[in-house]
Design a protein around this ligand. Structure first.
Ligand SMILES: [Zn+2]
Length: 499
């Protein structure tokens, strides 16, 4: 059971509200998933990672969450692509559903409770369309079954669009068979070469919107607590989901609506080096999923993120900072533990978990939660980091402190997914990503790129082997002034990082 109140910005009322689930302590949560016709674009990662974050945060705060995220595996884009490739539509979408699941794993996403596909929900969809016809919220025309927006008084309650304005603003010619230009398809006929299922209205397939209404009802019930999706889905998709579900069941559909903003590619600041990286797969192969996840969670989910070199650099720095800390802390735990009390430092450390939880309970404010985590890292570095860059040589950590820090690490891991179980692996990927970036990007004036740093380290090693200490020190100073920290490891190698 959750131990503290939670607030969520509800787009239905355009205000931050206290979150009161239908059944105390339990949350039914639906998030609109991807259409599986190709590899996903990095921009699609935003809704996926935000949905996962909401799921994680609710779990962490003590809610018992049933989370549904669908795969749209029947869609005109899929039919079109499969036709071009001369393959079966379902075979094609199955392949890309599998690829999408691989991307989700790379992004550190937890599995949802249910991941329904349209092709497996046809019976429920047909039943719901029948019910809408019975309730006179839908009609048959031109071989299709259409939803009648005029029959639903609350149409526009989420997007705040007024039906009359929509009609006047409609630029597309009204198809003859529609009673109203805003009416939308629930079921449409399939030609023999198109994927289809038998139905009371002939062989056909569902329109897009109906699947989410049918899936939410199947796994979560007729009224659900929380619904999420990208802001681009608010109209018409979510408006139509509300109309279908409420007209079919006569009950309020979702009590809270959350929408995430976009990853923005439009500005001048768009990354030169990353501009040609289009898919999540390409990004993860090149730079690692942790870095993309860090970028996608680097602003509050209701704020737009600019895709720029700066954003990537900041994410690299944060990923490095987090994982370097975890490595050092793990090593410190193994040795020099003291049983003495921790005094004021301990009090500060113990206060971090409740502070982080409070931010998470405030409309999923991961950014503010992480700032408390980073403050804790700064405190530990200030108090315990020695000149060698190690903890505990200067002053041992006491066991109570270790427990307090472990609780914070475990909370941040569970709630954000930003701490990887193998931090050394991540640090190696961060170094590779830096090399990749500096190989394709122009140098910042005065900064050293990875290749130049590596060369200087080779020169320094040579100087040292020749006992030319003066030159070795000079190189160290040069790197230091360029903002590069180096560390000689016991095995004779030297690692480096930007300060
Ligand atoms: Zn949906």
């Amino acid at each position: 059971m959750p131990t503290q109140p939670m607030k969520i910005y509800n787009n239905l009322t355009r205000s931050k509200e206290e979150f009161r689930p239908i059944t105390a302590g339990k949350v039914s949560f639906y998030s609109c998933g991807p259409t599986t016709y190709d590899y996903l674009h990095v921009g699609n990662g935003m809704a996926l990672v935000v949905g996962d974050m909401i799921h994680r945060v609710l779990n962490t705060l003590g809610y018992d969450v049933t989370f549904v995220r669908n795969f749209t595996d029947v869609d005109d884009k899929i039919i079109q692509r499969a036709k071009e490739l001369k393959c079966d539509a379902l075979t094609h979408s199955r392949r890309f559903t599998e690829e999408c699941i691989k991307d989700m794993d790379s992004l550190g996403m937890l599995p949802a409770t249910h991941t329904p596909r349209v092709s497996e929900t046809i019976a429920e969809i047909i039943k719901m369309v029948e019910r809408l016809l019975e309730n006179e919220a839908a009609y048959q025309a031109g071989g299709e079954v259409l939803f009648s927006v005029k029959s639903f008084n609350d149409y526009g309650k989420l997007s705040k669009k007024v039906l009359d304005e929509l009609e006047h603003g409609a630029r597309v010619a009204v198809e003859d068979h529609k009673r109203d230009p805003a009416d939308f398809v629930l079921w449409k006929p399939s030609t023999d070469d198109q994927i289809g299922w038998e139905s009371p209205w002939g062989r056909g397939r569902p329109g897009w919107h109906i699947e989410c209404s049918a899936m939410a009802a199947k796994f979560l019930g007729e009224s659900i607590d929380l619904h999420h999706g990208g802001i681009d889905l608010m109209f018409p998709h979510h408006e139509n989901e509300i109309a279908q579900s409420e007209a079919a069941h006569g009950k309020s559909f979702a009590n809270y609506w959350c929408h995430n903003e976009f990853l923005s590619f439009g500005s001048d600041k768009m990354s030169k080096s990353l501009g040609n990286v289009i898919t999540i797969r390409e990004f993860c192969d090149k730079f690692g999923g942790e870095i993309l996840r860090q970028i996608l969670l680097s602003t509050h989910y209701r704020s737009r993120i600019e895709w720029s070199d700066q954003t990537t650099e900041r994410a690299l720095r944060d990923v490095e900072r987090i994982h370097r800390f975890v490595v050092m802390f793990d090593a410190a735990k193994e040795r020099n533990l003291s049983l003495e009390g921790g005094g004021q430092n301990l009090q500060e450390l113990v206060s971090v978990v409740p502070k982080i939880k409070q931010e998470l309970a405030n409309d999923f404010n991961v950014v503010a939660a992480l700032s408390h985590f980073f403050s804790m890292i700064r405190l530990l570095n200030r108090e315990f980091l020695d000149e060698q860059g190690d903890y505990s040589q200067k002053r041992p950590l006491c066991s109570e402190m270790v427990l307090a820090v472990e609780a914070v690490i475990s909370l941040v891991t569970d709630a954000t997914g930003l701490i990887h179980p193998n931090p050394q692996e991540v640090l190696a990927r961060v170094n590779l990503a830096r090399k990749e970036l500096s190989a394709t990007d122009q140098n910042v004036e005065g900064a050293l790129d990875a290749a130049a740093i590596e060369q200087l380290l080779v020169d320094r090693k040579t100087a040292r082997s020749e006992k030319n200490w003066g030159q070795a020190d000079q190189i160290r100073t040069q790197l230091d002034q360029a903002g590069v920290a180096i560390k000689d490891n016991p095995d004779g190698t030297t690692s480096w990082s930007y300060k």
